[in-house]
Design a protein around this ligand. Structure first.
Ligand SMILES: Cc1cc2nc3c(=O)[nH]c(=O)nc-3n(C[C@H](O)[C@H](O)[C@H](O)COP(=O)(O)OP(=O)(O)OC[C@H]3O[C@@H](n4cnc5c(N)ncnc54)[C@H](O)[C@@H]3O)c2cc1C
Length: 155
């Protein structure tokens, strides 16, 4: 994730800095070797940040289903599928994504698909190499915690 750096003292007097938005890492999606992709199963916009944390730790990028883009949790840059980007990473993690045909059209040639979904009958499991039936936010958070712990131990 990239942050825009602004020095408040450099702003003209009449300007007020209201917020600094993190740049969303969508541009690297097609080149990324690991994609952490999120669907409506993440339940709320704030939860999507865990995908950025994981993507940062594994030097990957964040993808999204159209449902996530439609509700503006993420920009269209992140959308994978028929009306989004076609990707072919080594590992595609589909977290809380149902696996609609339009989504599969953009990612099904990924080398390894890891699907995390609460519904064991979700269509995404038909194209998954590794399937995890669980809460997607919980699994992504656990992965982040474990990788952060490992990084701390290796420092
Ligand atoms: C012309 C056209 C083009 C389209 N192009 C695209 C496209 O490019 N890309 C795209 O993605 N879609 C596209 N769509 C939309 C597509 O049909 C689906 O509506 C969309 O992919 C659904 O997104 P989703 O899986 O995130 O959401 P949902 O369909 O709402 O599925 C959410 C999934 O999350 C699971 N879930 C719920 N709670 C949890 C939880 N706590 N933990 C884990 N899992 C949970 C549910 O079991 C479900 O499987 C297109 C549709 C049309 C008609």
């Amino acid at each position: 994730m990239k942050f825009v750096e602004e020095r408040i003292e450099d702003l003209p007097d009449r300007c007020q800095l209201i917020s600094v938005e993190p740049k969303q890492a969508g541009a690297r999606l097609e080149e990324a070797k690991i994609i952490v992709s999120v669907g409506k199963g993440l339940r709320k916009k704030e939860n999507v940040q865990v995908a950025f944390k994981l993507a940062n730790l594994v030097k990957g990028a964040v993808g999204a289903s159209r449902a996530v883009v439609d509700v503006r949790w993420l920009s269209h840059d992140h959308q994978v599928g028929l009306s989004g980007k076609t990707v072919k990473p080594r590992i595609y993690i589909a977290a809380g994504i149902s696996g609609a045909v339009q989504h599969l059209a953009g990612m099904q040639t990924s080398e390894i698909v890891v699907a995390i979904n609460k519904d064991r009958y979700a269509p995404i499991f038909k194209v998954a190499d590794i399937g995890i039936v669980a809460d997607a936010y919980w699994v992504l958070s656990e992965l982040v915690n474990r990788l952060e712990r490992e990084n701390d131990e290796n420092r």
